[in-house]
Write a protein that binds this ligand. Sequence first.
Ligand code: CO8
Length: 257
Amino acid sequence: MGQYIQWEEKGGVAVVTINRPAALNALDPSVLEERYEVMDRLDGLRHIKAVILTGAGDKAFVAGADIASMREMTPGEAMAFSRIGHRTMDRVASMRAVTIAAINGYALGGGCELAMACDIRIASSKAKMGIPEATLGVIPDFGGTQRLPRLVGLGHAIELLATGRACKAEECLAMGLVNRVVEPDGLLDHCMELAETICKNSAQAIGCGKQCMCAGVEMDLSKALELEQRVFALTFANADQKEGMSAFLEKRQAKFA
Ligand code: CO8
């Protein structure tokens, strides 16, 4: 167990918790490095099919990058910090397993960016999300200027950037920033049920589909459709294709690797 990032495994699901509640789980370089190491390690564990990310305490998922450690930074130090942040967010975004952000409270700045690097976002009704960097004289820099408009469109993204306001969970749902809003007490159970459903399906197929979607949205449509055809054909080289289709025809539950 690290100092700030703790994780436990339940079946094929890893639950990873940022544990720095006194600073509302703010991300300083040590927290980011630890987060990178844990995600990298989990990516090497083939039996882990879903990863739930959450924050310790009942107040915050992550209240952003650590403002105290940034205040006196020079531009060069800010660049070094930015690199650590991007490396960590990219590590989360490129996980083989499906990643689920269980947003249990404030997800601001770097916290909102961490949630956006995940595949799926489930918010507690108490969650608040936003990018308040303009109130601090900086811009979002853990992927926020790129992932937010891709998720919610430029209009909502620029409004959130310019006002710096934190949106309630229902508003986040309406703009497509989160997949679902659930009661705070049921948040982790809900995410676990979702993860268990994911674990029943073919991890190979999900991985292939995720790659097509993530790469495809950055390509022109005709190239993306070609990619889909090639990856579809390749799934027939996987044992999971034989098992999944045989199980259906034999009227039994599929047992995927
Ligand atoms: N950094 C450091 N400490 C923090 C942070 C943070 N982001 N957020 C909260 N804390 C600390 C507070 O300082 C406080 O510490 P202490 O008890 O020692 O005074 C403790 O957490 C509790 O916080 P509050 O007393 O403020 O709790 P409130 O309930 O009154 O308010 C809020 C909760 C609204 C979440 C409030 O804490 C807040 O506004 N926090 C800052 C949110 C923010 O601005 N986040 C964005 C940070 S910038 C960023 O993420 C940029 C990412 C790109 C980085 C680029 C790298 C180069």
